[in-house]
Design a protein around this ligand. Structure first.
Ligand SMILES: Nc1ncnc2c1ncn2[C@@H]1O[C@H](COP(=O)(O)OP(=O)(O)O)[C@@H](O)[C@H]1O
Ligand SMILES: [Mg+2]
Length: 230
């Protein structure tokens, strides 16, 4: 089985504007993630999880080191190529769902595939199917404000999956959900992982997500301290 992404000797330092003080968020990280993986990156707050996820997703660039996603070296892409790459290859799921409040659940879900130029009947057909899989078929027309937190996060999952990415990056996806809703959501993502072969990488400090992952990578102060298959 191949690797969907790899970082090699990645460092990331942040420097606040007008200050000499540097924060080293990632300290010489090397890591490969297998295609079809269901992987949790865990660690205390400030350990570098979000930074690592953003670098894998091309939302941020490392200070040094290389990042390869789907056999593409991200350093070789200009800004326009990078947004195109993100649009087609990477799905993002955030702690705060990031749905568009003026659009219905269905319109939110199809938003990325619409940007990709997918034909309308395919978008509608696949959205119906995925809403059904997510137990959301009754809520296609609801606005985000008319949905519970767990339902909003399911719409965000639908949006990510409908775009048919290579890789889904989810930053603290259960942080705003009660434990039952969070657990159900991870189970649904595990089904998508299995049936679609989609790779998921979670940044999390939720024990439940850590337990359900097939591989657990622990970060501490920007360094990998453990990497366990489970
Ligand atoms: N934009 C930024 N500017 C300066 N420091 C940052 C920035 N983003 C993150 N950091 C710092 O980098 C370190 C890692 O942060 P982060 O990746 O957000 O960790 P986590 O997601 O594990 O909580 C922390 O010390 C944090 O304060
Ligand atoms: Mg974070």
């Amino acid at each position: 089985m191949g690797f969907i992404c790899a970082v090699n000797n990645v460092n990331k330092t942040y420097r606040f504007k007008g200050s000499d003080v540097e924060t080293r968020a990632l300290n010489d990280i090397s890591l490969s993630i297998e295609e079809g993986g269901f992987v949790a990156i865990a660690g205390p707050s400030g350990s570098g999880k979000t930074t690592l996820l953003n670098i894998l997703g091309g939302l941020d660039a490392p200070t040094s080191g290389s990042v390869i996603v789907d056999q593409t070296d991200l350093a070789g892409l200009n800004a326009a190529e990078m947004s195109e790459f993100r649009l087609h290859k990477i799905g993002f799921i955030f702690q705060a769902y990031n749905l568009i409040s003026t659009l219905s659940a269905y319109e939110n879900a199809e938003y990325v595939s619409l940007l990709q130029g997918a034909p309308k009947d395919r978008r509608l057909f696949e959205a119906r199917q995925i809403f059904k899989d997510l137990g959301m078929e009754a809520y296609l027309k609801r606005r985000p404000t008319q949905l519970s937190a767990g339902q909003q996060q399911r719409v965000a999952v639908a949006r990510a999956i409908l775009a048919r990415p290579k890789l889904i990056l989810a930053d603290e996806p259960t942080a705003n959900l009660d434990s039952r809703t969070g657990s159900d959501l991870i189970d649904l993502m595990a089904v998508m992982n299995k049936t679609l072969g989609l790779t998921f990488i979670f940044a999390t400090h939720d024990k439940m997500v850590m337990e359900k992952a097939h591989r657990l990578i622990l970060l501490h102060d920007g360094k990998i301290t453990q990497d366990i298959a489970q």
